[in-house]
Design a protein around this ligand. Structure first.
Ligand code: NDP
Length: 295
């Protein structure tokens, strides 16, 4: 089976490397060609010089780009992949996208008999390297079953969430919860630090109590207390994700104050810390405002 993988970023690269070690005929493309060339050399696969070339004869096309906007843009124009993708191909978008754009892309591709599923992932770079990602899919049962052999190369839990866009919607809400957990744990520890409580002890207590979360147990222990902020998942991307969640609320006339506030706080943190900051560094904004270090 010929598989094209477009987007060798922080998470796309380890996902694609699993495909390179399965019996797929893999070709890769990346906007910055040097990354694709390095990947191709390391994994003995073909590196295409354009996205159009990569998808040309592919049975399956996988995208892993920052947002649905970049995926949609890649379809357009004479050099766009929509014109190059072969009839009957399967298009799996692993971008954490937005449901509305995914439905629009699916409709466009359906006109060419190309099947689209949204299939964003969770589990971080660690999960991608281990091949244990959760993949949340939107599309028909039949289409997701068709994608399964490819998704199983990097995913452990592959779940159909509903029709097209449902994977994106679940992912956006998961990300809103992640953002809320990070921000609320940051505020709690900032308050305790201000009171003079040892935050290592406080975090240990919280992690043995009902206020704990994946963020407090893992991200805060490893990164905030350890004062190491490896750049595995950009704050800019979490800002985008929570924005998608807030957009879903707005489009559906829902009043969801926590999600709206999280979107606003992460928008501010992104503006303050810039494009390259990691998502956990948002805690630095809480520290700055509280005038205290939580570690
Ligand atoms: P990165 O920023 O590390 O990589 C983004 C990728 O998209 C790169 O290959 C980049 O190319 C490419 N790209 C950026 N802009 C364009 C464009 N205009 N046209 C074509 N290609 C473009 O992001 P991640 O790999 O971290 O994230 C990718 C997706 O996966 C996002 O939707 C993210 O939310 C999601 N995700 C990420 C996780 C993580 O832990 N990192 C976890 C779960 C989901 P170039 O190399 O040229 O910059």
């Amino acid at each position: 089976m010929k598989v094209a993988f477009l987007g060798l970023g922080a998470i796309g690269e380890p996902m694609a490397s699993h495909l390179a070690h399965e019996p797929f005929d893999l070709r890769v493309w990346n906007r910055t060609p040097a990354k694709a060339a390095a990947f191709a050399e390391k994994n003995s696969v073909h590196s295409a010089s354009t996205a159009r070339e990569a998808v040309g004869d592919a049975d399956v096309v996988i995208t892993c780009l920052p947002s649905s906007k970049e995926v949609e843009a890649l379809l357009n124009g004479d050099e766009g992949i929509e014109a190059g993708i072969k009839d009957g191909a399967l298009f799996i978008d692993c971008t954490s996208g937005d449901p509305e754009t995914s439905r629009r892309i699916a409709a466009r591709l359906a006109a060419k008999s190309v099947t689209f599923i949204d299939a964003p992932v969770s589990g971080g770079v660690k999960g991608a390297v281990a091949g244990t990602l959760t993949v949340m899919c939107g599309g028909s049962e039949e289409d997701i079953d068709r994608a399964r052999p490819v998704l199983e190369a990097f995913g452990k839990k592959i779940i159909r969430c509903g029709n097209t866009g449902a994977g994106d919607a679940v992912k956006a809400m998961n990300q809103a919860l992640l953002a809320i957990h990070i921000w609320s744990a940051g505020e709690a520890l900032a308050a305790l630090a201000k009171l003079g409580v040892d935050t290592r002890i406080a975090l240990d207590v919280i992690n043995g109590s009902s206020g704990r979360s994946n963020s407090s147990e893992n991200l805060f222990t490893e990164r905030v207390i350890g004062r190491q902020f490896p750049r595995t998942f950009k704050l800019a991307l979490l800002d985008k994700d929570v924005g998608i969640a807030a957009g879903i609320a707005e489009q559906n006339g829902l009043e969801l104050p926590f999600i709206e506030l999280a979107a606003e706080l992460f928008r501010q943190a992104h503006a303050e810390l810039g494009e390259e900051a990691d998502h956990v560094e948002a805690v630095k904004v809480i520290e700055e405002r509280a005038g205290v270090r939580v570690s």
